[in-house]
Write a protein that binds this ligand. Structure first.
Ligand SMILES: Nc1nc2c(ncn2[C@@H]2O[C@H](COP(=O)(O)OP(=O)(O)OP(=O)(O)O)[C@@H](O)[C@H]2O)c(=O)[nH]1
Ligand SMILES: [Mg+2]
Ligand SMILES: [Zn+2]
Length: 324
């Protein structure tokens, strides 16, 4: 994104459309309702080496039609936002963009199998704030709530609602809360993000059975999902709006975030941080820190504060594995 020379806009009268699916080498581009299987020009592949992928689902691109009916992506419009994470494995340290140009993002978590991961939620919320994307939380598999989990689920739900983020309780099995989720998705383009196996694809199938997305199993050994959705793809919903179903993430790691910005991404701190002794207080070691005092007096959540300190220290160390 920082390299504007890769962002030739679509001006030359070539057909333009939206990338609706990407496999890494082929891109499905929707041009006026027609899906054109496309490749990218070599030069896009080489530029912007701090990112793993030059073109992502949601990108608006212009293509040149090849004699064999496939397309060649020759221009990419500037993105108005994107959702990215720190790449893992061989490409660790690079920015992996998951999807571009969305109106909203939903973090999907589940009660159990796998169980709710507040650290994931906090890091994702910070990223969404950084990119200016409205974000909400869906806690799926609520059919699995028993006495023992009920307290934990209401604890986390109250916490995030208290900060101002919508929290929905759903079950793709019983249908509980699914209508409410559908209402939230109407008329927007929303990214659906979360760990593998939480039921992202199942929820979308429940909302729109025509999608008929592949749904996976939960490994009996690890109690985790088995990475059933392998490529991000954008789908229209019959009730209106678009969703991007994405492959499950093992973890959600932050990237390209300056530690100084982090306090502002924990939005509930702001009310107190204005009164810290130092205007650039990091709420960590400084004296007369109102944020720390608010945690001690239970006006701010100790869980969120600890999450904040964890992220802050990883960012300061320049960890290659923030979020692990
Ligand atoms: N009990 C229960 N099981 C669910 C629910 N939603 C999904 N599941 C099950 O959870 C498993 C994983 O569902 P998927 O929809 O494939 O999960 P996903 O989040 O899309 O996973 P990836 O594509 O791997 O990222 C399947 O066995 C579903 O049947 C639910 O609300 N309740
Ligand atoms: Mg899936
Ligand atoms: Zn402070």
């Amino acid at each position: 994104m920082s390299d504007s020379s890769t962002r030739d806009s679509a001006t030359n009268g070539e057909p333009s459309g939206v990338v609706v699916r990407s496999t890494g080498s082929w891109y499905d581009v929707n041009v006026d309702g027609q899906v054109v299987s496309s490749r990218i020009r070599g030069k896009f592949r080489l530029k912007n080496t701090d990112q793993t992928n030059p073109v992502v689902v949601g990108d608006r691109v212009s293509i040149r039609m090849e004699p064999d009916g496939t397309g060649l992506i020759v221009g990419i419009e500037d993105r108005f936002n994107c959702i990215s994470r720190r790449a893992a494995g061989r490409k660790v340290g690079k920015e992996h963009v998951i999807v571009a140009n969305v109106d909203a993002a939903w973090i999907i978590q589940s009660v159990l199998l796998p169980k709710i991961n507040p650290g994931f939620i906090d890091r994702f919320i910070a990223m969404a704030g950084l990119h200016g994307i409205p974000v909400g939380v869906v806690i799926n598999k609520c059919d699995l709530i028993e006495e023992t989990f009920a307290d934990a689920i209401s604890f986390w739900s109250d916490l995030y609602r208290g900060i101002g983020y919508p929290v929905l309780h759903t079950s793709a099995l019983s249908g509980e809360g699914v209508e409410e989720f559908e209402t939230e998705l109407k008329g927007k383009t929303s990214a659906i993000i979360g760990p593998s196996g939480v039921g992202k694809s199942s929820l979308l199938n429940h909302i729109d059975p025509e999608l008929d997305l592949r749904v996976g199993d939960i490994s009996t050994r690890t109690q985790k999902g088995t990475h059933t959705t392998t490529f991000a793809a954008l789908y229209p919903l019959s009730s209106g709006g678009f969703v991007v179903d994405t492959p499950g993430l093992r973890e959600y790691g932050l990237i390209n975030l300056e530690p100084e910005l982090l306090p502002h991404l924990f939005v509930e701190f702001e009310r107190f941080s204005a009164h810290c002794r130092f205007p650039n207080c990091t709420h960590d070691h400084e004296p007369d820190c109102r944020v720390k005092e608010a945690v001690e007096s239970d006006e701010l959540s100790v869980e969120r504060y600890e999450s904040y300190l964890n992220i802050l220290s990883s960012l300061r160390r320049g960890d290659k594995d923030v979020g692990r």
